[in-house]
Design a protein around this ligand. Structure first.
Ligand SMILES: Cc1cc2nc3c(=O)[nH]c(=O)nc-3n(C[C@H](O)[C@H](O)[C@H](O)COP(=O)(O)OP(=O)(O)OC[C@H]3O[C@@H](n4cnc5c(N)ncnc54)[C@H](O)[C@@H]3O)c2cc1C
Length: 418
């Protein structure tokens, strides 16, 4: 590393962290980006493009572009399976200790040939890519599935690897680095839908989450019912699952869900023109340039039902029955659907409080990280620590990109003054 250069640490490799890292690196700041998962991209790397006959502006392509750009950027070192362990002030900057969990495959050697996966005797396979087209494009071992970590004497993957990338004896490793500034971009966790028992997630086969819809379209290219693998002829979205819900202590709006449901509804109608799509909603957030016009267009293709769903039930043919109360007229109704999609909200990550304590940043009432002042700065602590993305509050991809870039700009201008 060039010691004359300023250095920054970005924590979290989702769209906000990638945008921040690229913003810093393009200003000649050396960046280390740490990601606790085996691959970067965050949730967005699991989403599908929602274009119908036209682009529906879901912004998922931004993530794909940033992944391509960051993977080969000489000014950015990406460390996956890595988390921060200790932080100490050091002059104007920080001394940071990192923990690197073993993935048992050397990312710099793996050529993703797939021989290890083919020969792995477990089902599902214990070794594989974290997801198709993952960055880094390297295999890793899931200890929970691997025979070796259940006490059996298996080392087939290590023996068959043609480039000797597999090391089953790899252990947790520590490293340290000095940085001038830190951007925290640790994102969010989708609301756990089993907390809303009435919607039957986990009990009714054909009730899925928005994330599962995204993954089906992205990795399989189609949407099918979990119960029989058939394309649904009718699909319902239920909005605000875990958002604007005082009983779940999440009274805030998750900001992405209205647009997500409308864009996904258009995608479904485009791929399966015969399918009927309904959206059950409390109230719609149609703010944003051109979004009201978009909503008017979607209204011609989709049935918007202004109602609160009650209990969901399943018929013997595994059709989902939604009982609901109409909000305007207080009428009670019932409708049947082949598939129901829960638009789950955005909640703080499970480890957010632990990390906040380690970094000395504040957590707000709703569990998201707080910026220090209301003057527009993204600074989160007296030292040079800044926030970006959904760790600071619910956001869509566009706002996460903008905030990542703004955090980078603040770091650049601060470090230029030192
Ligand atoms: C079902 C669903 C569908 C959506 N669809 C859309 C859409 O179509 N369009 C749109 O604009 N928005 C959509 N969104 C919103 C979108 O997901 C967010 O705007 C975006 O993911 C926020 O990016 P982020 O980088 O802040 O967070 P994340 O995507 O959560 O990325 C954070 C990253 O940080 C890592 N991390 C967390 N803690 C640590 C740690 N301690 N150390 C190291 N790494 C850590 C995580 O592993 C993760 O990779 C959707 C959300 C959901 C739930």
């Amino acid at each position: 590393m060039d010691k004359d250069k300023k250095e920054a640490l970005v924590i979290g490799g989702g769209i906000a962290g990638m945008s921040a890292a690229l913003g810093l690196a393009s200003n000649d700041i050396q960046v280390t980006l740490i990601e606790r998962a085996p691959n970067i991209g965050g949730y967005g790397a699991r989403f599908c493009c929602k274009a119908s006959e036209e682009c529906n502006k879901c912004s998922v392509c931004l993530i794909n572009h940033k992944l391509d750009e960051i993977a080969t950027h000489p000014g950015i070192t990406i460390l996956t399976n890595s988390e921060i362990k200790e932080l100490k002030k050091s002059g104007e900057g920080f001394e940071v200790k990192l923990d690197h969990r073993p993935g048992f495959v050397d990312v710099s050697k793996c050529i993703a040939c797939g021989i290890c996966e083919e020969k792995c005797p477990t089902e599902p396979k214990a070794i594989g890519l974290p997801q198709p087209q993952s960055i880094p494009n390297s295999y890793y071992i899931d200890e929970a599935k691997c025979l070796r970590f259940q006490g059996k004497d298996c080392k087939i993957c290590q023996d068959v690897c043609p480039v000797k990338a597999v090391n089953l004896k790899e252990e947790v490793r520590e490293s340290s680095l000095e940085v001038d500034s830190i951007i925290v971009a640790t994102g969010f966790k989708p609301f756990d839908p089993t907390r809303k028992k009435q919607y039957g997630y986990g009990r009714i086969a054909n009730v899925i989450t928005g994330l599962e819809l995204e993954e089906q379209f992205r990795f399989k290219g189609s949407l099918t019912r979990p119960s029989d693998g058939k394309e649904p002829k009718s699909v319902a979205f239920i909005q605000c699952v875990g958002s604007r819900d005082i009983r779940q202590e999440n009274s805030y709006c998750s900001r992405y869900c209205c647009a997500f449901a409308m864009r996904s509804a258009r995608l479904i109608r485009n791929r399966m023109p015969e399918a009927e799509v309904s959206i059950f909603y409390m109230d719609l957030q149609t703010a944003g340039k051109g979004f009201y016009e978009f909503y008017e267009k979607v209204q011609t293709e989709v049935d918007f039902i202004h109602a609160m769903p009650g209990n969901l039930e399943e018929t013997p043919a595994q059709v989902v029955v939604i009982g609901y109360e109409d909000i305007a007229g207080s009428k009670i109704g019932q409708k049947e659907f082949d598939l129901v999609v829960l638009s789950v909200g955005i909640t703080p990550d499970d480890d957010s409080v632990k990390l906040a304590e380690l970094l000395g940043i504040k957590v707000g009432d709703n569990g998201f990280y707080q910026i220090l002042s209301s003057n527009g700065s993204l600074r989160a602590a007296d030292g040079a620590i800044f926030l970006a993305g959904a760790c600071q509050g619910p956001k869509d991809i566009n706002s996460s990109v903008v905030q990542g870039m703004r955090a980078a700009e603040e770091v650049v201008s601060l470090l230029n003054r030192l």
